[in-house]
Write a protein that binds this ligand. Structure first.
Ligand SMILES: *Cc1c(COP(=O)(O)O)cnc(C)c1O
Length: 216
């Protein structure tokens, strides 16, 4: 799909386009950069670090994939946002690495919404139990929630899951962030389902193959 068309469609709805560049070469990233794109997402820390070194330093790098605990330290001093905080131990580690470089890190709480047995994402009840501890981590700037829908052609399932994530967002907002403007993001929707996500008030869509072509 044409970058400018997609960008215009999302701008109209004040939704952030996160270009997911995993497995794609830096030249592909530069092409979009030169059209004005600044938010790029990778799902592996190593790959992100390698690309970052070769690209302009005003790119906002998002980590969207599972973060191994021993890798947090490599991201702390520059990452724009980590979308994949899904347990207390990991949150604590990111908080600690952020404190070492005296920098608040934007994070999203990844919540499990897919019915399929996905390994990653907070169990909702567990997240509620952990919220007080999370709120005490002063180097985490908790910006919102992230979720991945079931990989399915059945749009009803995707609708239900995105509605669920939006409900979770609202509950957290009302319970813990009423006096804060910073909890304002819902990261949901990918190439196949971003239009459904738009119907459920997503604020960040994570688009890879639609922009860069399919991955092999
Ligand atoms: C790969 C990936 C995407 C983008 O997927 P596309 O289907 O290529 O748009 C979005 N979110 C996460 C977490 C991913 O790993």
């Amino acid at each position: 799909m044409n970058y400018q068309d997609l960008k215009a469609e999302l701008d109209k709805q004040q939704v952030t386009l996160l270009a997911v560049s995993k497995t794609k070469p830096v030249n592909d990233i530069l092409k979009l950069y030169n059209l004005g794109q600044r938010d790029f997402g990778e799902n592996r820390v190593q790959e992100l670090l390698e690309k970052k070194d070769l690209l302009p330093n005003d790119i906002r790098w998002h980590l969207i994939g599972h973060l191994q605990k021993n890798k947090a330290k490599y991201l702390a001093d520059f990452v724009y946002m980590i979308h994949s905080i899904d347990n207390l131990k990991l949150a604590g580690l990111v908080n600690k690495e952020a404190s070492k470089v005296n920098r608040k890190i934007n994070v999203l709480l990844q919540i499990k919404i897919a019915k399929e047995d996905s390994k990653f994402g907070y169990d909702w009840l567990q997240l509620l139990e952990d919220m007080d501890s999370l709120l005490h981590m002063e180097y985490l700037n908790i910006k919102g929630v992230m979720g991945m829908g079931t990989f399915t052609q059945d749009k009803l399932i995707t609708h239900a899951e995105f509605e669920q994530l939006h409900d979770y967002y609202k509950i957290l907002k009302e319970k813990y962030f009423m006096n804060s403007n910073s909890f304002s993001e819902i990261s949901m929707g990918m190439s196949e389902d971003y239009k459904i996500a738009l119907e459920h008030n997503t604020t960040i869509v994570r688009i890879g193959s639609l922009l860069f072509g399919s991955r092999t």
